[in-house]
Design a protein around this ligand. Structure first.
Ligand code: PGA
Length: 266
């Protein structure tokens, strides 16, 4: 089970990375070692096995899984196969895999999510509205529906996190305001609460879309943001580590605040 007391910073390498990139992954692991941050890399399937052998500073995972456990699915890679070579988590429902850019609709996302869970992977469910949805004032409605449809069996932070990634913010340099992120996170939080069964652990909420060293600290200052999902800036230690350090700073501030609160209640 992921350590929920720490903020989580996830790098999504998308279709980038070759064997030579393992050097960069080691550089990230060295720079991140000892920080109180749950640091993960969602790698292309071709690198998962190799990266998983580099140690346990970084949690290695996949970017997608096939909805079936195995069989005649040419080109498919199942959750069990990824788990077998060392993946511990996967993204599901990234906007680049969803219709119309990809081929996943809400039903398939729900099946993929269940398949990942059965195989023993924890899941980062990605949700987010289009620019049109936001302009039309239906961003929250769209995202709430994506969450509800992906989780017919309920939500539990023991195996699930949710990343709010507005489609229009991914790779564009455009960002929602901090207030917009906070509002969306509370809408997601309320939906998740309705879905969660008794005894479920709180589901960590991440933000993703054009995160870099200049905005990570501000985004992490939002109370409901438990972590970040980072695309482009995760590809090099030089751009990724400052983001990880911003999360470590926040983690330090939270620890101090709870020490003070404890001292105050003595
Ligand atoms: P970006 O990508 O940080 O390059 O915008 C984020 C993502 O797609 O997960």
């Amino acid at each position: 089970m992921p350590d929920q007391s720490m903020p989580c910073v996830v790098g999504n390498w998308k279709m980038n990375g070759v064997i030579e990139s393992l050097v960069e992954i080691e550089r990230i692991a060295r720079g991140a070692s000892g920080l109180a941050v749950d640091i993960r890399l969602a790698l292309p399937a071709t690198l998962v096995a190799l990266a998983a052998r580099l140690g346990d500073t970084l949690m290695i995972g996949a970017q997608d899984v096939h909805q079936q456990p195995g069989g005649a699915w040419t080109g498919g890679v199942s959750a069990g196969m990824l788990r077998d070579v060392g993946a511990r988590f996967t993204l599901v429902g990234h906007s680049e895999r969803r219709l119309p850019q990809g081929s996943d609709d809400d039903d398939r996302i729900a099946v993929k999510l269940a398949a990942a869970r059965v195989a023993g992977l924890s899941v980062i469910l990605c949700v987010g509205e289009t620019a049109d949805d936001r302009r039309a004032g239906r961003a929250e409605q769209v995202v709430e529906q994506q969450v509800r449809r992906a989780l017919p069996d309920g939500a539990d932070g023991r195996w699930l996190s949710i990343a709010y990634e507005p489609r229009w913010a991914i790779g564009s340099g455009a960002l929602p305001s901090l207030a917009e992120i906070a509002t969306m996170h509370s809408a997601i939080g309320a939906t998740v609460e309705l879905l969660a069964k008794r005894g479920a652990a709180p589901v960590p909420l991440l933000y993703g879309g054009s995160v870099d060293r200049s905005n990570a600290g501000d985004i992490l200052s939002i109370d409901s943001v438990d972590g970040l999902l980072v695309g482009k800036a995760s590809l090099a230690a030089q751009s990724f580590l400052p983001i990880v350090r911003a999360a470590a700073d926040r983690s330090g501030r939270h620890a101090q605040a709870s020490d003070l609160a404890r001292a105050g209640s003595l």
